[in-house]
Design a protein around this ligand. Structure first.
Ligand code: SF4
Ligand code: SF4
Length: 73
């Protein structure tokens, strides 16, 4: 059965808006927020949760351990 995600949580206290997660995602699940946060970062947001295949690349490549993907049971 194809995998899907129940939830993708980005810890914005750890995230520094490097966008590595956005660039490694093969399914365009993530994108840059259109609004700058109070530190001047355009943080990533989940734009298409249904497209996530739980490949784990975003978690693996995030240098700050700021993103966590929970698979659908
Ligand atoms: S787990 Fe894979 S498909 Fe899902 S958001 Fe991360 S990189 Fe994209
Ligand atoms: S890779 Fe990690 S630190 Fe970089 S934007 Fe994504 S969640 Fe934030």
């Amino acid at each position: 059965m194809p995998k899907s995600a129940r939830e993708i949580v980005i810890d914005y206290r750890l995230c520094k808006g490097c966008h590595i997660c956005i660039s490694v995602c093969p399914h365009d699940v993530l994108n840059k927020s259109s609004e700058m946060d109070n530190r001047g970062f355009f943080l990533p947001v989940v734009v298409d949760l249904k497209a996530c295949k739980v490949c784990g690349l975003c978690e693996l490549e995030c240098p700050d351990f700021a993103i966590c993907v929970s698979p659908d049971e």
